[in-house]
Write a protein that binds this ligand. Sequence first.
Ligand SMILES: [Fe+2]
Length: 227
Amino acid sequence: MHCNQDNYTPLRLSHKADLLYLLRDVDEVYRRSSAGGSKMIRSHQHQVRKRLSRIIEADEHLLLKNPESKPVTIHLPRALEIGARGPLTQMAQTIGRVAPLFTWEYGYDKIPRKLSQCYAFTEIVSPSGPVPSSNIIIGLVLFAPGTVYPQHAHHEIEESYISVAGAWSENDAAVFAPGSLILNRSGHQHRITVGDREPCLLVYAWLGKDERLLKPNMKFSREPKKS
Ligand SMILES: [Fe+2]
């Protein structure tokens, strides 16, 4: 457990100012972003903010993990640079300050070698920390330029992505620019592609029952091509 140097008490969220600011930035983006007239998206935004504000209020002890990088994290500085010039300037800058704490992961038991070089995610709020929560997961997912993230769905989890940097597409249906919010309802199959020239950084929020968020059981819908 990480502790205050002086008295060895466990750290709370309020002791890590930038982590707290990052949660406030996420809250702000979910408050500010339009629902585009969709009641479903409005309700999702509302739920994210409600659960987030409880976490901020609770000011629980942090469950800090060991920081870990993955090959794709060499693209993070560029993604943050692009993000800081876009509509989520504040969030991109806060992410940059919190980045040394991040534990980048794959989330799959087996991952194709090619994907392992161009994708990783890090959790910010989750049952296992660093900010503990049972009913919401908030994290970041980073893709290298040209990534194809294979088709998958999340069972009993409602997922939203907020685009911080880069241009990307879901199911070849549209190109999303920074500031966009995309909702994937439980069971919705999706496949992500990323533009060739720049990395892509997304904030994601997962809403689901406690037991599902504890074990999201991530797997691809089809076996991705080996590489
Ligand atoms: Fe997803």
